[in-house]
Ligand binder design. Structure first.
Ligand code: PMP
Length: 315
């Protein structure tokens, strides 16, 4: 789907996966004027039809990001229809239920040429797809995180709260370093006081202490995850007290349980967190809050229970 600054995104087509033609002076290549989204289509249990999980939320997050990045954005309907068409065109690649999902990656970018710094004169919106396996092959294996107190993901007034492509390149160094030291991922601290937890490189953070569930308040520097929002609601339904607040390193080290949420991991229990050479261990396994919430959310996403909240969209 293409548009100029004055048009809306009015037409689309389905093409085979292949290379794009982009001007070397496009806004996205020169000034990082680009956004992405990520969502999954699950095959329904009976093998007929597919389920998307809250795709309008991804559309709205892209719209919010587009405002921040001075771009027009597709309407919610255009976004959801493009995602649906992509699923239908890739039906045979959607794994059987329980074996994974079709990951969908919507991209919005300034595709027109700009030499001096300015919003691009033309934009492109596209969706591509890839089958993905389940993040955890057998059960919920705990992940191990390290807090990086040198590299920050976001700054106040920056773009940490939207899903711009330029948020991700700068965290690679911290992520590669964490992985090469045997950790699954890195946790980022706020860049002002360097004592409040924000999130991991592609998932949100939750802590559980005495059955109270807390997640860092977004304050514009944390991506407001759709899984995060859904888990907060489900946890509330289960009777937990759920708080969005500042979560300090001290809160984290004193927590009973820690878990991360995101489209890729869904809900990932955290086995340990390392900070300044000290390793803190957390409860994992059956009878944990994370296990309970994981089961509740995946049952909705895969259509195994009645979707009382109307979160899923059937294709
Ligand atoms: N934080 C970051 C930085 C992310 O990239 C993602 C993945 N989109 C998340 C959190 C989780 O968001 P969601 O639950 O919408 O996938």
């Amino acid at each position: 789907m293409k548009c100029s600054q004055d048009d809306t995104f009015s037409y689309g087509e389905v093409n085979r996966y292949g290379n794009l033609e982009l001007s070397p002076s496009s806004g996205v290549l020169n000034y990082g004027q680009g956004l992405f989204e990520g969502l999954k289509a699950y095959r329904k249990g009976d093998g007929c039809g597919f389920l998307l999980f809250r795709p309008e939320e991804n559309a709205r997050r892209m719209q919010m990001g587009a405002k921040r990045m001075c771009m027009p954005s597709p309407s919610v309907d255009q976004f959801v229809n493009a995602v649906k068409q992509t699923v239908l065109a890739n039906k045979r690649w959607v794994p059987p239920q329980g074996k994974g999902s079709l990951y969908l990656r919507p991209l919005l970018m300034g595709s027109g040429p700009v030499l001096g710094l300015a919003p691009a004169p033309e934009y492109m919106f596209l969706v591509y797809a890839s089958p993905v396996g389940t993040y955890f092959k057998e059960g919920l294996a705990p992940i191990n995180l390290i807090i990086d107190d040198e590299i920050h993901r976001a700054t106040p007034g920056g773009t940490g709260g939207v899903k711009t492509i330029t948020n991700y390149g700068p965290v690679l160094k911290a992520q590669v370093r964490a992985k090469s030291n045997g950790f699954t991922d890195v946790l980022f601290l706020d860049s002002t006081e360097k004592r409040y937890l924000e999130e991991a490189s592609s998932c949100n953070l939750f802590i559980v202490k005495d059955n109270v569930i807390s997640t860092p308040i977004t304050r514009g520097t944390i991506l407001a995850g759709i899984t995060r929002k859904s888990i907060m609601e489900i946890a509330g339904d289960y009777g937990y007290k759920v708080e969005e607040r500042l979560v300090s390193v001290e809160d984290l080290t004193a927590a009973d349980e820690v878990f991360c949420t995101g489209t890729a991991v869904v809900v990932a229990p955290v086995g340990s967190i390392t900070y300044q050479g000290q390793r803190y261990a957390y409860k994992t396994g059956i009878e944990t809050v994370s296990q309970q919430l994981y089961s509740a959310l995946t049952a909705i996403q895969m259509g195994l229970v009645k979707d009382k909240k109307s979160w899923t969209v059937e294709i």
